[in-house]
Design a protein around this ligand. Structure first.
Ligand code: C2E
Ligand code: CA
Ligand code: CA
Ligand code: CA
Length: 278
């Protein structure tokens, strides 16, 4: 049994080594990848369920690496966070998203672009200045820009964050809480934060129709948000049955494969034109 344990340990450490090697390789690859223009933003349409109107899109980062193939954000964002590359990457995403928001605002005034902000990016001392500078440089209407922060990021250093969020609100930026319901949440904190919307995590939407617990949670989130005068966005909507449930409960907005998958910017331009023949 003893030697078995040792072999197991060796196997384990070998596996750890491989994970670390990929991590280091991706870390170095990312910097080259940006220089080579291998990072792209995809955009997933978001719909207003009451007025059946396109409200905008969420920007989702993609890496098409010549060396590693397609690498997903769930893998490279945490690496970028831990090595500090998230600052450059995050700025690139913000600028790109704002430039597209300007373009689409001309096609369809009021269309928004939502950008995911990672914890380390939000905590950086000059994050507010960076946002202000990019808004100024790109000429985006601040109200066309939405920042998505996760519940856990908002909750840590709550006191400090209220000021930062307030400053963003003064700039005119829209704020939403991403992955709502998955983190540690004291619902009470919501009323202290100057936020506009919460996004129900897609893990609750997935089994909405078959799992009565998930249905109850989604329903509770919607009614609580509404009593706090917050908008609710459902993410990961894949079926008509899910959509029906959400419309019945007066969920404000939704996104998901049922409407459209995330798509390249040019395709989203076509999408906007299709639904906004003026
Ligand atoms: P998220 O913010 O929760 O983004 C939603 C994810 O759900 C996206 O995965 C999207 O492609 C996927 N999705 C959309 N509709 C559906 C659906 O109907 N069903 C299912 N099953 N999934 C759907 P993606 O693009 O792989 O992004 C994963 C995560 O990576 C995002 O989760 C976000 O946390 C992070 N991420 C993506 N882009 C950025 C970025 O530019 N900056 C930062 N900091 N994080 C990003
Ligand atoms: Ca998001
Ligand atoms: Ca989310
Ligand atoms: Ca999520």
């Amino acid at each position: 049994a003893k030697s078995e344990g040792k072999a197991g340990y060796q196997f384990f450490s070998q596996e750890m080594n491989q994970v670390n090697m990929r991590r280091v390789a991706l870390e170095n690859g990312m910097r080259q990848g940006v220089a080579r223009g291998e990072f792209y933003l995809y955009f997933q349409p978001q719909w207003d369920l009451k007025n059946l109107r396109l409200t905008g899109a969420e920007a989702l980062l993609r890496w098409h690496s010549a060396e590693f193939g397609v690498v997903g954000p769930d893998e490279f964002i945490p690496i970028a966070e831990s090595c500090g590359f998230i600052f450059d990457l995050g700025e690139l995403v913000l600028r790109e998203a704002c430039l597209h928001a300007v373009e689409w605002d001309l096609l369809c005034p009021g269309l928004r672009v939502a950008v995911n902000i990672s914890g380390r990016q939000f905590r950086q001392h000059d994050f507010l200045q960076t946002v202000a500078r990019i808004v100024e440089e790109t000429g985006v209407r601040a109200s066309s820009l939405e920042l998505e922060l996760t519940e856990s990021v908002i909750m840590e250093r709550a006191e400090k964050n209220i000021h930062a969020l307030q400053a963003l609100k003064w700039m005119g930026v829209r704020l939403s809480i991403d992955d709502f319901g998955t983190g540690y949440s004291s619902l009470n904190y919501l009323k202290h934060f100057p936020i506009d919307a919460i996004k129900i995590d897609r893990s609750f939407i997935a089994d909405l129709v078959t799992d009565s617990d998930d249905a109850a949670i989604a329903e509770a989130i919607i009614s609580m948000a509404h009593s706090l005068k917050l908008k609710v966005i459902a993410e990961g909507v894949e079926s008509e049955a899910q959509l029906d449930f959400l419309v019945d409960r007066c969920c404000d907005e939704a996104q998901g494969f049922y409407f459209a998958p995330p798509m390249p910017a040019e395709d989203f331009t076509g999408y906007v034109k299709r639904f906004f023949a003026t």
